[in-house]
Design a protein around this ligand. Structure first.
Ligand SMILES: [Zn+2]
Length: 304
C-alpha cells in the first residue's frame, strides 16, 4: 500500500475534530524529514495540506520548515514531528506568506516555537490574511476552522542571513528580494548539503508568479550558486538534485518573459494577452495559474 493510499484510508477513519494524526514522512538526509503535499488545490479532503513540509533534528532542538494550510494540518504536522523526536521544536520557519505554508502555524506557536519569517512577512500576512481566510472558508466548507495567525518572532532581513544552531546542526536562513512572493526565505542545512527552497523552487506543479517574474529569474541565478547537493522544493518530490532541478522552472519563466515582452512590444492589449501565450506542457495544475502568470507578467513588463 502506498503512503498516500494509507493516508487517505486513515482520513476516512478519523472524524473531524479527532486527535491529531501522523502524516507520512520521507527522510531525505539523516535527521531531515519531508512530508510531500499532493498537486491539488485546497479541498475538504486534503484540508489545505498541499505544500511540502519539512523538519530538521539537531542534537538539542528541532526546526520545522512550513506549517501547512489549515489548523488541522498544523496539529497533525506537530504530532508528526513529536512522533519522530522528543527534542523541543524551537523554531518554525515560514518560507513565505502563501496560505498553504502558513495557516497551520498556530499549533507551533502554542507549543512555544519561535516563528521565523522574512522581514516583510508580518506586514504581508496582515494585509492578505482576511482574503486567505475567506477563501479557505469557502473551499473547506464544514471543516473550516479560523486559523490563528502567527506573530513573527525573528525577522530575517535581505542580505543578513540568520544562523540557527540546533546543536551540531547549523541552518542558514536567507531572505530574498521579491521573486515568487515578496516574502521568500530559503533554508540551507549545511550538514547534509540540503537547500529547503520553499516556493522559489517548483517541480512538476506549474510555478506561480505572485511577486516579480524578473526578480524570480534573477534570484535563480543566485540560487543556483548555493552549494547544496539536493533541494526540497515547496511543491514536488521530497528531494531533487541541485541545481539541476531548476531547469524546467527556468525554461518556463524565461519563456513567459520573452513571450509577454513580445506582446507588449507589439502593442497587444492586456485583454488579449492570456489567449496569446500558449499554455505550457509537462506541468500539473496549469490553469488557471498560467493565465494568472501571463497577466502578472504583462503588468510587470509593460512599464519596463
Ligand atoms: Zn507559494
Amino acid at each position: 500500500m502506498t503512503g498516500s493510499i494509507a493516508y487517505a484510508l486513515l482520513l476516512l477513519l478519523v472524524p473531524a475534530g479527532a486527535a491529531a494524526a501522523v502524516l507520512p514522512l520521507e527522510e531525505v538526509a539523516p535527521g531531515l524529514y519531508v512530508h510531500v503535499g499532493p498537486h491539488e488545490d485546497f479541498t475538504p479532503e486534503n484540508r489545505g495540506g498541499i505544500a511540502n513540509l519539512a523538519f530538521v533534528v539537531g542534537r538539542e532542538a528541532v526546526a520545522v520548515i512550513d506549517a501547512g494550510g489549515s489548523p488541522a494540518i498544523g496539529r497533525d504536522w506537530l504530532e508528526t514531528v513529536r512522533a519522530r523526536t522528543d527534542r523541543p521544536v524551537r523554531w518554525l520557519i515560514l518560507t513565505h506568506v502563501h496560505p498553504d505554508h502558513v495557516l497551520g502555524a498556530g499549533a507551533f506557536a502554542e507549543a512555544g516555537a519561535v516563528i521565523v519569517g522574512h522581514e516583510r512577512l508580518a506586514e504581508a500576512l496582515a494585509a492578505r490574511a482576511p482574503a486567505y481566510v475567506a477563501n479557505m472558508r469557502q473551499l473547506l466548507g464544514a471543516i473550516f476552522e479560523e486559523p490563528q495567525l502567527p506573530a513573527v518572532g525573528r525577522r530575517v532581513a535581505i542580505g543578513s542571513p540568520l544562523t540557527l544552531d540546533l546543536g551540531d546542526r547549523v541552518l542558514e536562513v536567507a531572505a530574498w528580494p521579491t521573486a515568487h512572493t515578496d516574502t521568500d526565505l530559503t533554508v540551507l542545512d549545511r550538514a547534509s548539503g540540503t537547500l529547503l527552497a520553499g516556493d522559489l523552487l517548483f517541480v512538476e506543479r506549474l510555478p506561480v508568479v505572485d511577486g516579480s517574474l524578473v526578480g524570480w529569474i534573477d534570484a535563480m541565478s543566485a540560487l543556483e550558486r548555493i552549494p547544496a547537493r539536493r533541494a526540497v522544493p515547496g511543491h514536488g518530490p521530497a528531494a531533487v538534485a541541485w541545481p539541476q532541478a531548476l531547469a524546467p522552472q527556468r525554461a518556463y519563466l524565461e519563456g513567459l518573459k520573452q513571450a509577454v515582452r513580445e506582446l507588449v512590444r507589439r502593442g497587444t492589449p492586456l485583454s488579449n494577452a492570456v489567449a496569446s501565450v500558449p499554455a505550457p506542457t509537462g506541468w500539473q495544475l496549469v490553469e488557471p495559474n498560467h493565465g494568472r502568470n501571463v497577466t502578472a507578467a504583462y503588468v510587470e513588463l509593460e512599464w519596463e
